[in-house]
Design a protein around this ligand. Structure first.
Ligand code: DGJ
Length: 741
């Protein structure tokens, strides 16, 4: 049993294998947060944990109850304007203009398992993993509104999933101004905020800063989760490392505007809010209607950030990713984007596909430019029919030729977009998101379709479905190359315009849901100018995501290392591309490029038909090698060893270990080589201390404890890295660690 309720004291204790989450109904039906952390015993109540002092200059609940101060207690889902001046979990405007509410505890229910949400991506429990759901019902009697707080406990994953649902039973509409998915009031502020920030081509770099008094937040108002801030964040104690210490992870199963906020109050209580960004949000709740927030993920560990990453990665593959892809090895692909950009014809593409087949690659992906008359990024978005100048026999025939080679076939779409120069725009200019009589802001020379309108989603669905059928498609790269401006829908009334950002995302989810249902065998990879929508909402439909448009091996180290804190390797699309690199002109060895990309959903993104014989042979060997070890790379337990975000950032290393602790692959990357360098060692993790292993088929066997505690000697990159011919910079060393049978 994961949910323990003490009826007499109205205490709710949610227990996972290693954690406890406790809250209680306090005076006046207010929910008070009691504890979240390392597992403690179940008791009827926790008076010690609830102790507060009477605070001066803090409003009382009432004249009758002067000792109860909303601003001085830890709450579970708080309001604003009735004594607590910290930012609230929700706010709603009523017909008389008031934003004051009074939700009181009414009753609770516990249900087995975890229902999926309707219309939103969500977690589930179809593996009978003992999930239990607690729903706490609160009511505001004056306006006849119900508020259901839902908590699902995934005991073996140490994860709690939260969301809120507002239901209007009254006779008048109210407007939600804010509706967060979760609030967590922590008793102190001795935490570092660890966030993953960046920009296009430099996504998810780790930033660690101590909490301080006041509000600190990461958010997005771009209608994408964004390149700039990722919705995943951690709070970790100042002494927490990858190996030790307390850390709490927060994430949101959502792809639009989000808010992760921490407010450290005057007594150093830290209030965490996770949910839809209240900036650019509003929702008119008519009588009889409900509003469901997306789900927030909470996970705690006392054993360091690496443990947190592993429990999250395992949770997502069991309870968020489409079950079909849970452990399905992802095909090795070649994508033509960096090989040809828009300049291709069927002959050029088939040369790449034929070479792919020779090299053992499994899928050919045709990227942007195959439709309408798209020879640059000014045209044709929305016209999802083939450009006969490039593929004269049609997209079906071209797909047939690729399939005949024995390769899978994938296609690029950007379903949410429209170009002014398109057939679609001629037919439906009103489908473009815009404000009448105002300037329309382009992004990458294109505009966005109003996905809040079901007829738009339906039109795009029909077009895509036809192509999928004609091509017997195996894979779709779903791109999204601009943030949304002039957020407005000509189809919505004035008092619903603030609903537009959320309605837009619901439309995106609707299209994903329809396509994944109708075509369950199509593998989706999400993309948004690289990693601009690398989030859990996307992961529900698309088990992999293009991690970044920066394919340079050195830049990718940081992107992939940062991403690994919050997401599994199997999700990270990672390709070997040409040198000099398209984004930064850097020349790195082919070996290093592969050694970085191996730790993800692997592929190539360069003109393999023009490679030298020697390079082609290297690629062939890489493909054979990756096929042998891809299950380990994609689904093995990842341990971070040396961080590129620490010290001078010159070295990065990590290791993947299989479930039996029999095989592991460690890789150490060194950016610049130094002459007469100091000695260094690589200390492994995750091995069985009592098993003996060989390293790269060494004659000598080493105990796991020896490899982990005493480490492996790392020699100079210059004289013993056989593959490095031109330069010893940007080198990588791979260590195959295999148990002695
Ligand atoms: C941005 C993506 O991230 C690239 O990989 C590529 O698909 C281009 N868009 C195509 O326009």
């Amino acid at each position: 049993m994961a949910i323990h309720v003490d009826e007499a004291n109205q205490t709710f204790h949610l227990q996972t294998d290693h954690t406890s989450y406790i809250f209680q109904v306090l005076a006046h039906g207010i929910l008070g947060q009691v504890y979240y952390g390392k597992k403690i015993h179940v008791k009827p109540q926790y008076n010690e944990l609830l102790k507060r002092e009477l605070k001066t200059a803090t409003p009382a609940y009432s004249l009758d109850d002067p000792d109860f101060q909303l601003g001085a207690i830890k709450q579970e889902y708080s309001d604003f304007g009735t004594g607590d001046f910290r930012r609230p979990a929700y706010q709603l405007t009523q017909p008389n203009g008031s934003r004051i509410t009074d939700f009181k505890y009414d009753h609770y229910e516990v249900v087995q398992g975890k229902q999926r949400l309707t219309g939103l991506p969500s977690t589930f429990d179809d593996t009978e993993d003992d999930a239990e759901t607690l729903i706490v019902h609160l009511t505001d009697k004056l306006i006849q509104l119900d508020l259901d707080l839902s908590y699902t406990v995934f005991p073996h994953q140490d994860v709690i999933v939260r969301s809120a649902n507002f239901k209007n039973h009254g006779v008048e509409a109210v407007t939600l101004n804010a509706a967060e998915s979760a609030q967590l009031d922590l008793p102190d502020s001795q935490y570092d905020l660890i966030q993953f920030s960046g920009t296009w081509a430099r996504e998810r770099h780790l930033i660690r800063t101590p909490l301080r008094s006041g509000i600190q937040a990461i958010d997005s108002v771009r209608t994408t989760s964004s390149h700039q801030q990722n919705p995943f964040m951690m709070l970790a104690r100042p002494n927490t490392t990858d190996d030790n210490g307390e850390a709490i992870g927060f994430n949101l199963v959502y792809s639009g505007n989000f808010l992760d906020q921490i407010e450290v109050d005057q007594w150093d209580v830290s209030r965490v809010l996770v949910g839809i960004n209240p900036a650019e949000f509003g929702w008119k709740l008519e009588p009889g209607k409900e509003f469901q927030t997306p789900e927030a993920i909470l996970s705690y560990t006392a054993d360091g950030m690496n443990q947190l990453s592993q429990q999250l990665a395992s949770f997502y593959s069991e309870h968020l990713v489409n079950a079909k892809y849970r452990r399905m090895e992802r095909p090795i692909l070649v994508n033509n984007w960096e090989a040809t950009y828009f300049d291709f014809n069927d002959e050029k593409l088939l040369n790449i596909a034929k070479q792919a087949k020779r090299l053992g690659i499994e899928m050919f992906v045709l990227d942007d430019g195959w439709f309408g008359h798209r020879n640059d990024d000014h045209t044709s978005l929305g016209d999802w029919f083939v450009d006969p100048k490039k593929l004269p026999n049609g997209i079906g025939a071209f797909a047939g030729e690729v399939h005949d080679l024995g390769l899978k076939f994938g296609l690029w779409f950007e379903p949410e977009m429209i170009s002014i120069d398109s057939e679609l725009y001629k037919k439906h200019p009103e489908w473009l998101i815009h404000v009448p009589k105002r300037r329309e802001t382009p992004g990458r020379n294109q505009y966005v379709l109003d996905f809040s309108r079901p007829e738009v989603v339906d039109y795009i669905y029909q077009m895509m479905a036809k192509v999928i059928q004609d091509t017997k498609l195996d894979y779709i790269k779903w791109d999204m190359n601009r943030y949304i401006t002039e957020m407005y829908s000509v189809a919505l009334p004035a008092d619903r315009q603030l609903e537009m950002p959320h309605r837009y995302i619901l439309g995106v989810y609707d299209l994903y849901a329809r396509l994944t249902k109708a075509f369950p065998d199509v593998l989706f990879e999400s993309c948004a100018s690289g990693g601009g929508r690398f989030d859990l909402g996307m992961m529900y439909y698309a088990p992999q995501a293009w991690a970044s448009d920066d394919t340079d091996a050195v830049e990718r180290m940081k992107v992939q290392f940062g991403t690994s804190y919050g997401y599994p390797q199997s999700m990270m699309g990672a390709h070997v591309s040409a040198v000099p690199n398209e984004q930064n002109g850097r020349i790195t060895p082919l070996e290093t490029r592969a050694n970085v990309a191996f730790y993800g959903a692997f592929g190539y993104e360069l003109d393999i038909s023009k490679m030298s014989e020697e390079e082609a042979n290297t690629v062939k060997k890489q493909v054979v090698f990756y096929k042998q070890h891809r299950a380990l790379y994609q689904f093995g337990k990842l341990y971070r060893l040396d961080s590129p975000f620490e010290g001078d950032g010159n070295v990065m290393s990590w290791v993947v270990v299989d479930d039996q602790q029999d095989h592991a692959i460690a890789t150490r990357y060194q950016i610049l080589n130094h002459p007469n360098a100091p000695y260094s060692r690589l200390y492994l993790k995750g091995l069985d201390p009592d098993k003996q292993y060989r390293v790269n088929d060494s004659e000598e066997a080493y105990y796991g404890d020896e490899l982990m505690n005493a480490g492996i000697h790392i020699g100079s990159a210059f004289d013993d890295t056989a593959e490095v011919k031109q330069s010893a910079d940007f080198s990588s060393r791979r260590f195959m660690i295999d148990v002695v049978k």
